[in-house]
Write a protein that binds this ligand. Sequence first.
Ligand SMILES: [Mn+2]
Length: 358
Amino acid sequence: MQMTWRWYGEGNDSITLDHIRQIPGVEGIVWSLHNKVAGEVWEEEEIDKVMDLIKSKGFNADVVESVNVHDDIKIGLPTRDKYIDIYIDTIRKLGARGVKVICYNFMPVFDWTRTDLYKELPDGSNSLFYEKDAIVNDPNIMAERILKGAGKYTMPGWEPERIAKLDELFKSYAGVDEDKLFENLKYFLERIMPVCEEQDVKMAIHPDDPPWPIFGLPRIIRSRDHIKRFLDQVDNPYSGLTLCTGSLGPNLLNDIPSIIREFHDRIYFAHIRNVKVYENGDFSEVSHRGKDGNVDVYEVLKAYHDNGYTGYLRPDHGRHLWGEEKDCRPGYGLYDRALGVMYMLGVWDSLDKRKGGH
Ligand SMILES: [Mn+2]
């Protein structure tokens, strides 16, 4: 397992690479060109600039999260081929520079969705929160809430220019049901797989967050059966998973350790986050400690460890602690994620020792 940390880039993150260097065990920085909208060309100089900076601080830059997929590809419009060509161009450039894994998602219109970005927890910290009943409303209201809550930062998937065209976007998804979305995902992957093989770049799809359909839009990576269908329909080792326990976790029917044990050889990137699910279906993001929520983080790590997982792993979101929410990106503060790294490495080291018979 290789511990990594998601970083939004210089001037675009309250945390610096020098901060991250002081967290024990972090080997790699998960990065992206966050100023790019889906379908935009990634220039070589821009890629080199970020990768060089990351490497100059002693980290690897093997994982990119994300290269976003244009809606025309998800909808299956004739213009999709033009956007797939641009995607292929990006894979080639990243592969040539040693990038090993590209994380992406195939969620229609919205990326991850929450109703409150700073909901207070009993200990006085705060974190991202999802109120089930608040979602049945108009998606425009939702979007406004997210934009307002995000403050000075742009949230991935919630860029103002996308949100401005929300009604139009919803209309273009009208004929896209679960089967159609699977079909369009297959088309996309089959076109890019030869380039991934040639460049040795693995595609790792991120599950839908939350793991159920919202606003009548289909969501197709949200359970064991959906994951199985996804892996079977393009049965190529270059197409695999970013297994996010925080995304699958709010549906308590998802047995995450068993999903990991079943599909471990197609998991290239592990996101670990704990969530606390309330009786009415609302959920809060909580600390990484297993006891604090419904994700058994020990069993999750053990499932990876038992299978000799050598892929990348990162703390997913964290709570905002000690007032850092004034400055940090929602879910991406320094302190709780650093605590999460230490908790997970503690579990991992003890699993190592036991396996070694010490
Ligand atoms: Mn995640």
